[in-house]
Design a protein around this ligand. Structure first.
Ligand SMILES: Nc1nc2c(ncn2[C@@H]2O[C@H](COP(=O)(O)OP(=O)(O)O)[C@@H](O)[C@H]2O)c(=O)[nH]1
Ligand SMILES: [Mg+2]
Ligand SMILES: [Zn+2]
Length: 289
């Protein structure tokens, strides 16, 4: 039988196989090879009634460290435009993370009740130009959450975004129970960030949701500046036209990305973020930021 690990506690794994949940142990060979099963794994099991053994772990599409889950297909990247004010560089870093992990990003602008004077226009322009989907929410009142739920089917979805933007409020609403504590930013900080908790997959609307927000630390490594460059989907349709193959769209002449920025086809804020970060990567000689 094949299934998905939805929970792991103390050496036991809970595998969702069709409509059943089967408690399994893993064969010792996995531990010996240093490849323990984790939540999100697609596995092959043998079982009697509702107890079984994990025989095989299928290849992972991707893997997150915190929370430790794998095979994520989609991320809801949650930001508020206000309270806390949106930080565009941080938003872009979350989008880079998603690209690195081959996760489809959907940006959720929460707290629209706090908006004044169309202040969302600039960031929406940036997001549209980069080609990402986005959604406006007022999680406190439940506005827009049905749109999110409609995107869950056949996906394994993780929430990410900075503290205080409403991730827990949205998760609790979507999952229909209080799995996450919500609160003001100040109380969060007092409690300390690294409370360890085992994440689970919760089944909602024909898909799975990770019950703990992901990407809380934003210092994922990029292997190379080329890998970083490839994290900008809006570059892809232009780069074949650059004069130099391997153009970094930086100081090279005949660069079609720079031309697209001048022509307002690629968003200048995204491009400037790209250049700033690229310079850090080059200067640092280390692939971290
Ligand atoms: N005004 C407003 N406040 C919200 C909204 N959604 C959540 N909040 C509040 O924002 C604060 C932080 O929410 P929380 O879900 O804990 O954020 P998290 O840190 O991202 O998990 C809480 O006080 C929520 O009640 C919203 O749509 N509008
Ligand atoms: Mg929270
Ligand atoms: Zn170029």
């Amino acid at each position: 039988m094949e299934g998905t690990i939805i929970k792991g506690i103390g050496g036991f794994y809970y595998i969702k196989v069709e409509e059943k949940i089967i408690e399994c142990k893993a064969r010792g060979k996995f531990r010996n090879k240093g490849m323990s099963p984790i939540v999100g794994d697609r596995v092959e099991i043998t079982a009697n009634n509702d107890k079984g053994t994990i025989e095989k772990i299928f290849e992972r599409k991707n893997e997150l460290i915190r929370p430790l889950v794998c095979n994520i297909t989609q991320a809801f990247v949650v930001f508020a435009l206000r309270n806390p004010n949106i930080n565009l560089d941080l938003l872009n870093k979350f989008l880079i993370q998603c690209e690195l992990k081959k996760i489809k990003a959907i940006i959720c602008f929460n707290k629209i009740d706090l908006l004044e004077n169309h202040e969302e226009e600039e960031v929406v322009k940036m997001i549209e130009s980069a080609g990402y989907e986005y959604i406006f929410l007022n999680a406190k009142k439940g506005i827009g959450l049905d749109n999110l739920k409609n995107k869950l089917k056949n996906n394994v979805t993780v929430f990410c975004g900075p503290s205080g933007v409403g991730k827990s409020t949205i998760l609790n609403n979507i999952v229909g129970k209080n799995i996450m504590e919500t609160g003001e930013i100040s109380t969060k900080l007092k409690r300390g960030k690294h409370t360890t908790r085992h994440s689970e997959l919760v089944e909602v609307c024909g898909g799975f949701v990770v019950d703990t927000p992901g990407f809380s630390t934003l210092n994922l490594n990029v292997e190379s500046k080329e890998e970083f460059k490839n994290c900008f989907p809006e570059f892809w349709e232009y780069e074949d036209g650059c004069k130099f193959s391997g153009c970094m769209h930086y100081k090279e002449p005949g660069c079609m990305i720079k031309k697209a920025v001048e022509d307002n086809e690629i968003n200048v804020n995204r491009y400037e973020f790209y250049i700033r970060t690229l310079e850090e990567i080059i200067k640092g000689g280390k692939n971290k930021w």
